[in-house]
Design a protein around this ligand. Sequence first.
Ligand code: MG
Length: 193
Amino acid sequence: MAYFRISFDLDDVIFNLKPLVKEAFKRAGQPYKKQTSWDIASIYDESVCNHLIDLWSDDMLYNMPVLDKRIPYILNSLIANKEMEIFFVTERRLKQPEKTFRQLRNAGINCSFSQVYDMPGLKSDILREIKPDLHFDDSPFVIKGCMEKDVPIVMISNDSTLYNHHLRPYVEYYANLRTALIKKGIYVSQKSL
Ligand SMILES: [Mg+2]
């Protein structure tokens, strides 16, 4: 297999943000509402948004569940593959790559610090520098940016990501990362061997 550079978004691709969002609604005393737009301030009221900000702490970050328990194992097999270079690229308010690195390690993902990018600037610009052969993301903003900047992209799109369904006609998408990696021939499922 050819040398292959692959990059991954974290939130709603590897990690599950839904428990955090549900908790914010609970604290605001409101029934949970699915995220239908990327701009949460336009769909959630101020009290929910404020609770979300309050909940975003180191503790929360280090205990955030993965979307699929098989994902750390799968990512570790890619990290261990000498023919691949793996990167984790996120765009968080904190812009502190050491925290993101610790979060990944806490989840059992054996990455090194040099594989983690969380820095100021547009993610699609950072990706243009990293030049992945393929990037996986759910953000409509990042997906559009990558399409404009010729960064090859696969979208993660499912019932929880209503905010990116409008891009389905324009970009290759799969419901989850494991399926996407298998369909792209990057990961071979043990069951299908
Ligand atoms: Mg994301």
